[in-house]
Design a protein around this ligand. Structure first.
Ligand code: ACO
Length: 332
């Protein structure tokens, strides 16, 4: 879908908890090694929120930085969309908690559940509110406390995930902004990454807790296979709408940071290699932060000067659902 009215990002922020979990830390928890994790995933470290630190606390810190970057206050915001699958509680939403903590006016605030693709979904939703003319300034936050659903007895999954938050303020801009957006789902594959219990299908009980069903379960090998093709196809769809047929023609690719081998394969399909410096990587430091991965990556890319006003960025993500999404953004 190409967009006619220009909506861009006017402020970015991020928050990463202080505590670092290294691969060596995992060697003491499960049967694994720094060498295996580094070679098979590209991850060296990930962040872990404090026990008393919830997703909305991380969202608040990232949101404040984004508001400051946009030179706005919480009172200016007309809409909050939070992308998360690890909200503080099943209800109320993390967006409502964030609205209260920021001290916003009684504006609409809601969560989007699209796992790792959540930031791209949330940016697209906010963009369309602004295009419709009902919202002037929208705050989009992607925040996850995946360490709260990671099973630290399962070496297949626990080494992959970390905590963090990224935020963006969106508004109408004179030119550029979000140029195209492509979103998709395949609910027939919902079992590939899921948390089996704690919802209405299997409410929490002693039995579900004993069976460790409140932790994230993943068929990693199958997810890997689908992720490579789907992410590359989604990115190409978002670019093709603009007459762009290779990532060579954009300034930076920001992929979801799930596995360096997935990123490598996706980049190749998009026509670039990791050695060219056209693909943003922070997986080594943070692991997979689900929706927060692309949000933190975009913020870091701008804060580190990897991209500047007028540059074109392709963001692409894939996750539980299955969900996927891609955006082409010309930075405002
Ligand atoms: N340390 C040592 N060995 C391990 C570890 C570990 N941490 N984890 C798995 N292994 C072992 C397995 O037990 C298996 O051993 P076996 O052959 O004796 O049974 C062997 O390594 C190979 O296992 P695979 O699963 O085939 O390993 P693979 O190379 O596929 O890597 C991984 C696993 C990293 C999970 C990969 O499949 C992956 O990244 N998948 C995609 C994950 C992803 O993209 N998720 C995105 C969405 S997440 C979300 O939505 C919240």
């Amino acid at each position: 879908m190409s967009q006619s009215k220009n909506v861009g990002i006017i402020g970015l922020g991020k928050y990463l908890p202080e505590k670092i979990l290294t691969n060596q830390d995992f060697e003491k928890l499960v049967d694994t090694s720094d060498a295996w994790i580094t070679e098979r995933t590209g991850i060296k470290e990930r962040r872990m929120a404090r026990p008393d630190e919830a997703t909305s606390d991380m969202a608040l810190a990232a949101a404040r930085e984004a508001l400051a970057a946009a030179k706005l206050t919480a009172q200016d915001i007309d809409l909050i969309v939070v992308a998360t699958v690890t909200g503080d509680t099943a209800f109320p939403s993390t967006a409502c908690r964030l609205q209260g903590a920021l001290g916003c006016r009684p504006i609409p605030a809601f969560d989007v559940s699209a796992a790792c693709s959540g930031y791209i979904y949330a940016l697209t939703i906010a963009q369309n509110f602004i295009k419709a003319g009902t919202v002037r300034y929208a705050l989009v936050v992607a925040a996850e406390k995946l360490t709260s659903v990671a099973d630290y007895t399962d070496r297949n999954t626990c080494v992959l995930f970390g905590d963090g938050a990224g935020a963006a303020v969106l508004a109408a801009v004179d030119s550029g902004g979000i140029l195209s957006s492509y979103l998709g789902t395949d609910g027939t594959q919902s079992e590939l990454i899921n948390m089996p219990a704690g919802g209405s299908r299997r409410p929490a009980s002693h039995e579900t807790v004993d069976q460790r069903l409140h932790y994230l379960k993943m068929n990693g090998a199958e997810v890997f296979r689908v992720a490579v093709k789907t992410m590359a196809d989604a990115a190409m769809e978002a670019m093709n709408t603009l007459g762009v047929h290779s990532a060579e023609e954009v300034d930076l690719v920001i992929p979801h940071q799930a596995n360096i081998r997935i990123i490598n394969a996706v980049a190749k399909r998009m026509g670039v290699s990791l050695t060219e410096g056209k693909v943003f990587l922070n997986i080594e430091k943070y692991g997979n932060m689900s929706a927060a991965s692309t949000a933190v990556a975009l913020t870091e890319a701008v804060q580190q000067g990897r991209v500047k006003k007028g540059d074109r960025v392709v963001m692409v993500a894939f996750g539980s659902g299955l969900t996927w999404g891609a955006l082409v953004i010309e930075l405002s």
